[in-house]
Design a protein around this ligand. Structure first.
Ligand code: HGY
Ligand code: MN
Ligand code: MN
Length: 421
C-alpha cells in the first residue's frame, strides 16, 4: 500500500538548516580565518560534534561515540532496527561551509521533522570521523574503520598526523578514545535497515541542467598514492644544467603525463596531483627530492587502475633516464560502488512526489556511503552547489535545496519503514 506523501514546512526547515550552517561557520568551529578547517581531535571539531549532540539530545536521542570518535545518535535502544542518516562534519583543510556538514545538518532536520510530525520513524544519525583525511592524510578513515577496511598496524603505526607526524593511535588515545576497540566500530551498522546521505554535488550537473535534486545510484572508485623522486640537491647558481639531478623536473614530467593518461582513458576517468613537496624547497637550491600525491578516480576500476599503474611505471622510467630513482606507494584504494536499487527507487518515488526537478546520477566524489554500502542498503541525495565549487571557502549551496532533500529523504524513509512501527 503506497504511503501518503508527507509535505513539510520547507520554509521552517530552510531557516533551521541555514541557521545550523551559519553557526557552524563561526570561529569556534574552524581553525582558519579564510576557510572552514576542522578535523579529528581538534577543539574546533569537538565543538562541532558538541553542537550536534546538544541538538540531538534536545530531541531525546541517545548518543555515543564509537571507539575512535564517530558520532552516533539514535531514538531507539541499541539492538532495535533503525534507518541511518548522516554524513561527515570534518572539513577539507581549505574547506567550505557545506561539504559534509550540510548532510549532517539535513539528517538533524529529519530527526526534528520526525518528532514534530509524530512519524515515529526509528532513526540513527551518524557523523563519520575524518572523511576528508585532513588530520591523517587518509580519506574516509572513520567509515573505513567501521567497514574493517584498515589494519591495526596502519592505525598504530602507518597513519601519521599531517601536523606532527605522530600516529593515529596516539592522537585517538590522547583525545580520550579507545582505539584498541576499533573493531567494535562495525557494530554501529548492526541495526541499520537502510542508509541515506545527503551531500552537495561538488560538480555542476544539477546547476547546468536546472535540477534541484540528484538521486545518486553509484559512486566512483579511486586510488590515492604518492610518488617520491630521489635526485640531488645542488646550488641553483653554480651547478651547470648538465650536471643536475633535479627531482622537480621528473615530477613536472609526471604531472603532464598523468593529464594525458587520464584524458586518454576516458570513461569519466580523472587524475590529479594535489600535493607537491620539493626538498629543500628553497629558491636557490636544486630540488633533491620531490614527493607528489596521486588521486586517480572513475566509475571504471580497470581504467583508473591502469592509469595509476602506467603513471607509476612512467615515473620510474623518467627518473632513470635522468640518473635518478622514483618510488611509488599506494595510500589506499576503494572500488566503485553501485548503490541499493530499493533505496534509490524509494528516493526517486519521493522526488517525483515532491514535484521538483530531479535527476538520477553518479557521484565522482568519494563519500562515506561507499564504506558502508556493502553492509547496509544505501543511497545518496545530491543538492546543487554554485558552479560545482567545493574544497574551497567559495563553496555555496542553498539551504532551501537541503530542506527539499530532507523532505524527500523523510518520505523515502517513511515508505521503507512501513511495518517497523
Ligand atoms: O575527495 C573526496 O572525494 C571527498 O570530498 N573527500
Ligand atoms: Mn564530503
Ligand atoms: Mn570533501
Amino acid at each position: 500500500m503506497a504511503t501518503r506523501q508527507l509535505t513539510v514546512d520547507r520554509e521552517r526547515s530552510t531557516e533551521r538548516i541555514g541557521r545550523d550552517v551559519e553557526t557552524l561557520s563561526g570561529p569556534r568551529y574552524t581553525s582558519s580565518d579564510e576557510a572552514i578547517r576542522r578535523y579529528a581531535y581538534t577543539p574546533e571539531y569537538r565543538n562541532t560534534l558538541d553542537y550536534f549532540i546538544r541538538e540531538l539530545e534536545s530531541l531525546g536521542f541517545e548518543r555515543y561515540e564509537d571507539p575512535v570518535g564517530t558520532l552516533v545518535a539514535r531514538n531507539r535502544p541499541r539492538g532495535e532496527p533503525v534507518f541511518g542518516v548522516g554524513s561527515h562534519c570534518d572539513s577539507n583543510r581549505n574547506g567550505g561551509r557545506y561539504d559534509g556538514t550540510l548532510g549532517v545538518v539535513a539528517a538533524l532536520e529529519i530527526c526534528r521533522l520526525n518528532e514534530e510530525l509524530g512519524l515515529g520513524l526509528p532513526l540513527q544519525l551518524v557523523s563519520f570521523l575524518e572523511e576528508e583525511g585532513s588530520g591523517f592524510g587518509q580519506m574516509l578513515l572513520g567509515s573505513r574503520i567501521m567497514a574493517g577496511r584498515v589494519t591495526e598496524e596502519e592505525l598504530r603505526e602507518g597513519f601519521r598526523a599531517v601536523d606532527d607526524g605522530r600516529s593515529f593511535w596516539e592522537h585517538a588515545e590522547e583525545a580520550g578514545y579507545d582505539p584498541g576497540r576499533w573493531q567494535e566500530s562495525a557494530r554501529v551498522l548492526d541495526d541499520l535497515y537502510g542508509w541515506i546521505e545527503l551531500h552537495i554535488e561538488q560538480a555542476r550537473v544539477l546547476q547546468d541542467t536546472q535540477k534541484r535534486i540528484g538521486v545518486v545510484d553509484a559512486i566512483a572508485g579511486y586510488v590515492h598514492s604518492d610518488v617520491t623522486v630521489h635526485g640531488r640537491s645542488d646550488h641553483a647558481g653554480a651547478t651547470p644544467m648538465g650536471l643536475r639531478l633535479d627531482a622537480g623536473l621528473v615530477a613536472a614530467e609526471c604531472m603532464l603525463k598523468l593529464e594525458r593518461l587520464a584524458k586518454a582513458a576516458g570513461e569519466g576517468t580523472v587524475g590529479t596531483v594535489g600535493e607537491l613537496a620539493l626538498t629543500p624547497n628553497l629558491i636557490n637550491a636544486v630540488p633533491g627530492t620531490a614527493r607528489f600525491s596521486l588521486d586517480v578516480r572513475g566509475p571504471n576500476e580497470e581504467a583508473f587502475r591502469r592509469v595509476t599503474r602506467n603513471l607509476a611505471a612512467f615515473a620510474e622510467e623518467a627518473a632513470r633516464r635522468r640518473g635518478m630513482t622514483a618510488e611509488y606507494r599506494e595510500r589506499q584504494a576503494l572500488s566503485p560502488v553501485a548503490l541499493s536499487g530499493g533505496i534509490v527507487g524509494a528516493l526517486q518515488a519521493a522526488a517525483e512526489g515532491s514535484g521538483e526537478p530531479f535527476v538520477r546520477m553518479h557521484s565522482g566524489a568519494a563519500h562515506d556511503t561507499m564504506s558502508i554500502a556493502g553492509r547496509v542498503p544505501s543511497a545518496m541525495v545530491f543538492v546543487p552547489c554554485r558552479d560545482g565549487i567545493s574544497h574551497s571557502p567559495e563553496e555555496e549551496a542553498d539551504p532551501a535545496d537541503a530542506a527539499l532533500g530532507a523532505e524527500i529523504m523523510l518520505n523515502a524513509i517513511n515508505t521503507l519503514s512501513a511495518g517497523t512501527r
